[in-house]
Design a protein around this ligand. Structure first.
Ligand SMILES: C[S@@+](CC[C@H](N)C(=O)[O-])C[C@H]1O[C@@H](n2cnc3c(N)ncnc32)[C@H](O)[C@@H]1O
Length: 240
């Protein structure tokens, strides 16, 4: 199952990512309009790194994610930090959000696992329903035109956390026919000179063209406030 092993080691594998800077950027985007953003919903919250970082900045943040392994790590983190957030283990397109939020975020590939257009429509409707008027939605997605022009190269990502180290090799492939980015993760986990784990996972991420994504957004009456590049991702700041 996807993220089972990957989830267990996710924070180790991505330990070189500057999440503090990422969290500053997200909170910066949310301050742009001088709206009073207090409550955030993190959709596809993974191990909760954004969630915890945003709580530390003074927001109340809940999360939803469909991976048991990722949610377990996130819950351990919030319990350890004595944070009162609610982390829901469910498919983002199937959960009905009971509370209302001033902003929603769906970052770093989470949205690209929704392969089915009906699910995308349902999710956007659900976000629309749980956001307060004028609320923001920050969405990262993979833009097919950008990836066609900028074919990703082989990536080696090394991580270190405590006495564990990780080595992840990937040769990403853009498949224009199926409109997917195929990521074949090969991960070695080691302590000193001893390999403690090795696993492979193939993640298939959906690619969008601009018209498609804007079509989804317009259907739900979100307006586009800004668009920026974030590595392979395109980041949209949308307002209800
Ligand atoms: C690359 S991770 C990003 C996690 C987090 N947003 C971050 O930036 O650290 C993608 C996450 O999306 C979650 N995900 C994928 N499909 C999902 C779905 N249908 N419903 C809820 N979560 C989903 C995965 O379980 C995974 O935790």
């Amino acid at each position: 199952m996807l993220y089972e092993k990957y989830g267990k080691y996710y924070d180790l594998i991505y330990s070189s990512v500057d999440y503090d800077n990422e969290i500053d950027e997200i909170s910066g985007l949310l301050k742009v309009e001088n709206l009073n953003i207090g409550r955030i919903l993190d959709i596809g919250c993974g191990t909760g790194t954004y969630l915890v970082g945003l709580v530390k900045k003074g927001y109340y943040v809940d999360g939803v994610d469909s991976s048991q392994a990722m949610v377990e790590v996130a819950r351990l983190k919030i319990n350890g930090a004595n944070i009162q957030s609610k982390i829901i283990l469910e498919d983002m397109a199937e959960h009905t959000f009971e509370r209302s939020y001033d902003a929603a975020i769906c970052l770093f590939g989470s949205f690209d696992y929704l392969y089915d257009d009906t699910k995308v429509t349902v999710l956007l409707e659900k976000i629309d329903q749980c956001l307060s008027k004028g609320g923001f939605f920050i969405l990262d997605f993979l833009d097919i035109a950008y990836l066609k022009e900028n074919q990703p190269k082989a990536v080696i990502l090394e991580g270190q956390k405590g006495d564990l180290k990780s080595f992840r090799a990937t040769l990403p492939k853009v498949d224009l026919q199926s409109e997917r980015l195929e990521l074949d993760f090969k991960c070695t986990i080691y302590r000193g000179r001893e390999i403690v784990d090795y696993f492979e996972e193939v993640h298939s991420l959906r690619l969008y063209d601009n018209k498609q994504i804007l079509g989804h957004i317009e259907k739900n009456d979100f307006s586009l406030k800004s668009k920026s590049k974030k590595g392979l991702y395109t980041r949209l700041l949308l307002q209800k």
